[in-house]
Design a protein around this ligand. Structure first.
Ligand code: 13P
Length: 247
């Protein structure tokens, strides 16, 4: 049985003080059946992790593919590990689109993070254009295989399917379409990696809210959610965790 995974991606929101307010609220909420992760901005990571209960995983939203050196503005795997942050989101569509991260760069980051012992949430998803051309599956297949090129072991990998047209738009992919794509992703992983396809967690992300989380999470091949906007309010995020607890 794959344990459901409820993940929040705060993107460029919340100061360290905001994050501490959030921690106070969520620390009082107990859950047991799901795993929970929150990815705040880099500057909040250490204080947030220290003030958050241990049951909640704290992750980076990005990491450099390089060890160290002259890379102004970048954060390395060793910097994350040094503050006990062992999880990272890689390849979010906003990184790919707004910061020009190609599949090759994403692949280097995934390999670097895994080599250095971090767990990775790898994001994938088609644009509206690809969807309208009926090329979503083809696109996601290529993005998945290129992003994982040379990666031999998926033990520490989670996949997040986030159709770009559903991110921050209020347009949710129907739970059936999300389930179908997550199933396709599992089949592609099965072809390439075999048995691990039954253990790897595949999440859905894109306008997940308290109102639709239960239905999305009830699908067989959707093992969790990656939540943007609705993860910013502790009350809403707690409702989404409850949706996972109550399945
Ligand atoms: P929204 O939930 O705001 O649509 O964002 C989804 C997302 O990009 C999570 O990584």
């Amino acid at each position: 049985m794959r344990k459901k995974y409820i993940c929040g991606n705060w993107k460029m929101n919340k100061t360290s003080s905001d994050a501490l307010e959030f921690a106070k609220k969520i620390n009082d909420f107990d859950f047991e059946k799901v795993d929970v992760l929150i990815a705040p901005s880099f500057v909040c990571l250490e204080s947030f992790r220290k003030n958050l209960k241990n049951e909640i995983i704290v992750a980076g939203q990005n990491v450099s593919e390089f060890d160290d050196g002259a890379y102004t503005g970048e954060v390395s795997t060793s910097m994350l590990k040094d503050i006990s942050v062992n999880d990272v989101i890689i390849g979010h569509s906003e990184r790919r689109e707004k910061f020009f991260e190609s599949d090759e760069i994403v692949n280097s980051k995934v390999k670097k993070a895994l080599e250095d012992g971090l767990s990775v949430i790898l994001c994938l998803g088609e644009s509206l254009e690809k969807k309208e051309e009926n090329k979503a599956v083809e696109f996601v297949r290529e993005e998945l295989l290129k992003s994982l090129d040379g990666v031999k072991n998926l033990d520490k990998v989670t996949i997040a399917y986030e159709p770009i047209w559903a991110i921050g738009t209020g347009k949710t992919c129907s739970s059936e379409d999300a389930e179908n794509m997550c199933k396709e992703i599992r089949n592609i992983i099965d072809e390439k990696y075999g048995e691990i396809s039954q253990q790897i967690r595949i999440l859905y992300g894109g306008s997940v809210k308290p109102a639709n989380a239960g239905e999305i999470l009830s699908k067989e091949n959707i093992d969790g959610v990656l939540v943007g906007g609705a993860s910013l309010k502790a009350e809403d995020f707690i409702e989404i965790i409850k949706a996972g607890e109550n399945l």
